[in-house]
Design a protein around this ligand. Structure first.
Ligand code: AMP
Length: 398
């Protein structure tokens, strides 16, 4: 089947057309600056990249441009829109309504709208993308795959905050978790690589990118994850602070004469690796600066690694054991130093790193030795493929 995967942001739209049989993409691209001016970057394996700077006043224009380029006789990869079997949309927040991917209906659209309060920057943009596609391809089945859904299996003790229960009941304030598509995909890949049923395994997935989160996956079900009601909780990230004492918000507001919104902006956009190092949110910059002896970059690296080690330790405790630890996303897939640093702090669990395998890049690889009690893996995540696979599964079961 050919599945068009759409990830719609407030002024951008990422797409991939995926062949679900070969699991390869046929074309992919990104529309940016929607509503400002517009630029579309389109690429097809084996062909030159193509850039179109025609205006994109609305998301509907962006979807139209994508459909036009996909069917273009020269730059395209299909001869008609009929060849697209389904569209899979990424949606950030499904609240407590959605514990798995679903086919789009009016009821689903309404519920995604009800979750907008919890993800005001993302859900409205996701909905615009869905509605634009529905208008332009009214007869094509569509699915929505939620970043939060995989974490809906978390038990109450893991998702409740220690605040008045009425806030949970009235406002839905609880931990939801994000990057669920990636955690789900990577934990299944790990089970496959181990040649064991996922139902028998306790797996910790470290999704380390610009945004980072860690999940504890017991028997294929998420039992805890580090992000919370919003993606701000948990790891130290590119620009997000991760966990901190909430009283700090008031303290900074008073000291710096800021509103709560301004402090939250600092915690989301000016903290994390960027905030500690004072130079960059990009992990490669942190690595090269710390190699050159920059103490603040070193401090950022150490704090980043230490937080990961602490979370892994707590998830081993939460699951009463662990069989495998997996690293994924930009940093987790590509950087052997962070994997080595984290895993060497976990020697007490019986993890033994194989330095040669840990140095490999780009592919799924077991980076622990054969006799390592707990296995470790680097697994490239592929959220678009996971969305396409979930869409195919929904269509087959419909
Ligand atoms: P993501 O959000 O998954 O795209 O990951 C982005 C992060 O991955 C950035 O901090 C990048 O610096 C980091 N990253 C990408 N490639 C590498 C690499 N080869 N070595 C270290 N970090 C990398």
């Amino acid at each position: 089947m050919k599945i068009l995967v759409i990830n719609c942001g407030s002024s951008s739209l990422k797409y991939q057309l995926i062949d679900s049989e070969t699991e390869h993409y046929l074309a992919k691209g990104l529309c940016e600056r929607i509503g400002i001016d517009g630029v579309l970057n389109h690429s097809v394996p084996g062909k030159d990249k193509f850039v179109d700077e025609s205006p994109l006043p609305t998301h509907k224009d962006a979807v139209s441009a994508v459909l036009k380029i996909l069917t273009d006789p020269e730059k395209g990869v299909i001869s008609s829109l009929e060849e697209i079997d389904a569209v899979g949309h990424r949606v950030v927040h499904g609240g407590e309504y959605f514990s798995k991917a679903v086919l789009v209906s009016d009821d689903v659209i309404e519920k995604i709208g009800l979750c907008s309060d919890l993800a005001p920057l993302h859900n409205p943009a996701n909905l615009i993308g869905i509605n634009a596609c529905r208008e332009l391809m009214p007869n094509t089945p569509m699915s929505v795959v939620f970043d939060t859904a995989f974490h809906q299996t978390m038990p109450r003790k893991a998702y409740l905050y220690g605040i008045p229960y009425s806030y949970y009941e009235e406002y839905g304030i609880r931990r939801y978790g994000f990057h669920g598509t990636s955690h789900n995909y990577v934990s299944h890949r790990v089970a496959k690589l181990m040649g064991r049923p996922i139902e028998d395994l306790k797996i910790i997935v470290c999704h380390l990118g610009n945004g980072s989160s860690i999940s504890a996956v017991d028997g294929g079900k998420c039992v805890d994850t580090s992000m919370g009601m919003t993606p701000l909780e948990g790891m130290i990230m590119g620009t997000r602070s991760g966990d901190l004492d909430p009283a700090i918000v008031q303290y900074i507001a008073k000291k710096e004469n800021m509103s709560i919104d301004q402090v939250l902006d600092v915690l989301n956009k000016k903290s994390g690796l960027l905030g500690i190092s004072g130079t960059s949110s990009d992990f490669r910059d942190i690595l090269s600066a710390s190699e050159q002896g920059d103490e603040r970059a070193k401090a950022a690296f150490e704090a980043f690694a230490y937080r990961i080690v602490k979370y892994i330790g707590s998830y081993v405790a939460a699951m009463n054991g662990v069989d495998a630890i997996a690293f994924t996303a930009g940093i987790g897939e590509n950087n052997s130093l962070i994997r080595e640093t984290v895993l060497s702090s976990l020697a007490y669990l019986g993890v033994k790193v194989d330095p040669e395998k840990n140095a490999l890049r780009g592919d799924e690889v077991m980076i622990s030795t054969e006799d390592s009690v707990v296995k470790a893996f680097a697994v490239p995540t592929n959220e678009e493929l996971a969305i396409a696979q979930e869409t195919v599964a929904l269509l087959q079961n419909a």
